[in-house]
Design a protein around this ligand. Structure first.
Ligand SMILES: Cc1ncc(COP(=O)(O)O)c(C=O)c1O
Length: 479
């Protein structure tokens, strides 16, 4: 491994101290080594050590006390316990959407609400100025070429840029292996349409992204909810039991920064899972939309990297990283399903918006993507820690949540006495949106869980919102 550039040493040092705070080596409230002592001990310059401490301070992990030095934040993140889920035996079920979903979606989209329920990344963190410049530089000739159809499989240069971005992640992906779609949603829908018929059973994780439940209902399929761990993703043993006893047509999983859990499957689990599904010849549709929002060193790899039977269909989009409204997503379907998916895409939407593909292609080709992603990841990580600290401080002490390793939201377990549908309704009265756990399941599970987002900058208004939410949760104990 090459040494980090001088300018990034402080980030590396901050990361090392952060890990020691989160794993409990440093205790809450403990004084850090003085800047001078750490400079001597580490051989790093005074300014590098100072910048590392300031970085930790902006994350909220340490605090500076005048004339005394830097101290670990006394609110202890390492004492947080990971949520636990009671397992329910999986059975195939028709999708019966929670009656709450419409209300939840309209609250998420209400611009007057504090967006704790909005899992999208705030536009403040997205490269709107860069898109504005690209639009301003368009010539009439460019515009003329953009008001006609694009190729049904998508613009070749965009697919080439995407193929280049799979280097080191997936082997031998060419532009011909990729189909551009209207967001990740269309990619998932095309995959389901290509593989399943109404009445088939699809294995999904529980909890799951509630918009999957909406889609699966419209497709008329049954769902089998497989218990999923907030740290390690889908329970492979449970899945194996399900496969042994049922005819499963396909799986729909989110192995990297699962929505709503934030779980990330370890590579060994991914390998094991794909091997199992390959053995049963069952296709798996993976939603990889949040994989690039990682807070550690490397991008987590998709299930497709382990696929030996051409049975993994990888779906993603730029909705979490660049611009949800441009609706640019893609699918890497593999050769088995590519022809069918291409025909479905052509038959249903002809092609994806030419102008929107152009904007994203120009952005990728400019080389700005990596820089943008570095700052987006840094901002999200700070927001994640700030939001987690605020939850720890303002929610009841028996609250459970896993400190996220990426993504843009927290999955929070509250005391069993708390009905989060009631908390959700009360929160709306305070103009705060949250996602109550019940909408993330087809079987009414997760009544005492909520999902909240840290996709927007952590402001005093945000902190006040979390404080108010904490109070509503305390009040719910007495009802
Ligand atoms: C896991 C997951 N998949 C898909 C989507 C929808 O993606 P798109 O806007 O690209 O259709 C979302 C949006 O929040 C999501 O969280």
């Amino acid at each position: 491994m090459s040494k980090p550039k001088q300018g990034f040493r402080y980030k590396e040092l901050a990361g090392e101290i952060e890990r020691k705070i989160l794993d409990g080596t440093y205790r809450p409230g403990e004084k850090l080594l003085s800047i001078r002592k750490l400079h001597k001990q580490s051989n790093l310059s005074i300014s590098t050590v100072y910048k590392a401490y300031v970085e930790l301070e902006t994350m909220g992990l340490v605090e500076a006390r005048p004339k005394s030095g830097y101290f670990v934040n006394p609110v202890a993140l390492q004492q947080l316990k990971v949520p636990v889920h009671k397992k329910q035996p999986p059975i195939p079920q028709k999708v019966s959407l929670s009656s709450m979903i419409n209300s939840v979606v309209s609250a998420i989209n209400n611009p007057g609400f504090l967006p704790l329920g909005n899992t999208a990344v705030d536009t403040e963190l997205l490269p709107s100025k860069h898109f504005f410049r690209i639009l301003k530089d368009l010539s009439l000739k460019d515009v003329k070429s953009m008001i006609s159809y694009s190729l049904s499989e998508g613009d070749l240069e965009l697919r080439r840029q995407l193929a280049l971005r799979t280097l080191g992640v997936l082997k031998a992906i060419t532009p011909e292996d990729i189909i551009i779609t209207n967001g990740c949603t269309e990619a998932v829908a095309l995959a389901l349409l290509a593989i399943s018929q109404p009445g088939d059973t699809i294995a999904i994780e529980t909890p799951t992204n509630f918009s999957f439940l909406q889609l699966l209902k419209e497709l008329g399929v049954l769902v089998m909810e497989v218990p999923t761990d907030p740290r390690h993703g889908v329970d492979i043993k449970e899945l194996e039991n399900v496969l042994r006893r049922n005819r499963i047509k396909a799986c729909l999983f989110m192995p990297n920064f699962h929505n709503p859990l934030g779980a990330i499957m370890p590579n060994d689990n991914k390998r094991h899972l794909v091997r199992l599904l390959n053995r049963y010849e069952i296709p798996v549709i993976e939603d990889d939309i949040s994989a690039e929002l990682y807070f550690e060193e490397h991008r987590p790899i998709p299930l497709k990297a382990f696929d030996e039977r051409d049975l993994v269909l990888t779906c993603s989009s730029f909705s979490k990283t660049l611009a949800a409204g441009l609706r640019i997503g893609w699918i890497i379907p593999g050769n088995r399903f590519k022809g069918k998916i291409q025909r479905l895409k052509a038959g249903m939407t002809v092609s994806t918006s030419t102008l929107n593909q152009y904007l994203v292609t120009r952005f990728l080709a400019s080389g700005a993507y990596e820089r943008h992603m570095r700052s987006l990841r840094t901002a999200l990580k700070k927001q994640a820690i700030r939001t987690t600290l605020a939850v720890k401080e303002h929610f009841p002490p028996d609250t459970r949540l896993a400190v996220p390793r990426g993504g843009s939201f927290l999955w929070i377990q509250l005391n069993q006495k708390v009905d989060t549908v009631k908390v959700y309704r009360k929160a709306l009265e305070h103009n705060i949106s949250i996602i109550p756990g019940v909408v993330c399941s087809n079987s009414g599970q997760f009544k005492n869980y909520i999902q909240i987002s840290y996709g927007a900058p952590f402001t005093p208004r945000m902190e006040q919102g979390i404080k108010t939410l904490g109070q509503l949760i305390f009040d719910a104990y007495d009802r």
